[in-house]
Write a protein that binds this ligand. Structure first.
Ligand code: NAD
Length: 264
């Protein structure tokens, strides 16, 4: 089935990488109202969207997803501006030092958990509270009050490789998968669809900067069965699909998009 998206999107980590390209993918499918959140300015994303879709409406929030009051405020302001919230992407995240548990300090561990896990939980809670107040988009049996996608990672499904001992990161992303499943079960009967996406390595500017310099990422790339990292467009397209009616029976999944990295 071809799919289209109508409604209002709310995207965290929208200033760069996967969040930026998810916004583009959702705009391609028809979204014209966006709340774009990031701790850094979302200027590049806004400029591209406005140039490509002159009728787009955007509300920008420069904030930390681990800040409870800011998260609640952003959802309130989004609904004040656009009237509802249809598609939420909880995507803001940070990497962790490549350290095993014996090497990592408590403050470093907690910072990763607070952004990658508590940040997702805070956003999801505010989104659920709003979505429960609104009607389904249409009368179709495939329609929901709202759809939430959380960006986890393939390291939310399997442990990190020996080369990449990102202990705090893997812990935080496993928790995102757990949160996704728990809330998907609780919220599906109440009309909210919740899923996670688990990307493998994605060629974001950060990863690209480390390639071909003899870094650990070069070793990781040859382990990917498709022999390349994902483009940001490829991950954005999967996120748009997870928000659409084409995935109406996909509930509580942690959908892996990793070029086959975790098959074995
Ligand atoms: P990125 O650094 O390009 O984008 C992340 C964005 O999140 C940035 O714009 C950053 O400013 C923002 N951000 C970080 N902490 C924040 C906070 N506390 N509050 C608000 N905004 C914050 O990285 P990306 O690769 O696009 O990562 C997006 C998500 O995808 C992350 O959750 C990451 O863990 C996940 N992921 C990335 C890869 C990869 O290979 N790039 C693979 C799997 C999962």
């Amino acid at each position: 089935m071809a799919f289209s998206l109508k409604g209002v999107a709310y995207i965290t980590g929208a200033g760069s990488g996967i969040g930026q390209y998810a916004a583009y993918a959702m705009a391609r499918q028809g979204v014209r109202s966006f709340a774009l959140l990031d701790r850094n300015p979302v200027t590049r994303t806004v400029q591209h969207l406005k140039k490509t879709y002159p009728d787009v409406n955007i509300k920008e929030f420069e904030m930390d997803v681990a800040d409870e009051a800011a998260v609640n405020h952003s959802v309130e302001q989004t609904v004040k501006e656009f009237g509802r919230l249809d598609y939420a992407l909880n995507n803001a995240g940070i990497g962790s030092a490549l350290k095993t548990t014996d090497q990592i300090e408590k403050a470093d561990f907690e910072r990763v958990m607070s952004v990658n896990t508590t940040g997702v939980w805070l956003c999801q809670r505010a989104q659920i509270r709003q979505m429960l107040k609104q009607d389904k988009w249409s009368d179709s049996y495939r329609s929901y009050r709202g759809s939430i996608v959380n960006t986890a990672s393939m390291y939310g499904k399997v442990g990190p490789t020996l080369n990449v001992p990102a202990t705090a990161y893997a812990t935080s992303k496993h928790a995102v998968v757990g949160l996704t499943k728990a809330d998907a079960i609780a919220m599906a009967p109440r009309g909210i669809k919740i899923n996670a996406i688990c990307p493998g390595y994605v060629l974001t500017p950060l990863v690209e900067g480390t390639m071909d310099k003899g870094s650990v990422m070069d070793d990781e790339r040859v382990k990917v069965p498709v022999q390349r990292f994902a483009s940001m467009e490829e991950i954005g397209d999967v996120i748009a699909f997870l928000h659409s009616d084409a995935s109406s029976y996909v509930v509580g999944s942690a959908l892996v998009a990793d070029g086959g990295f975790t098959i074995q």
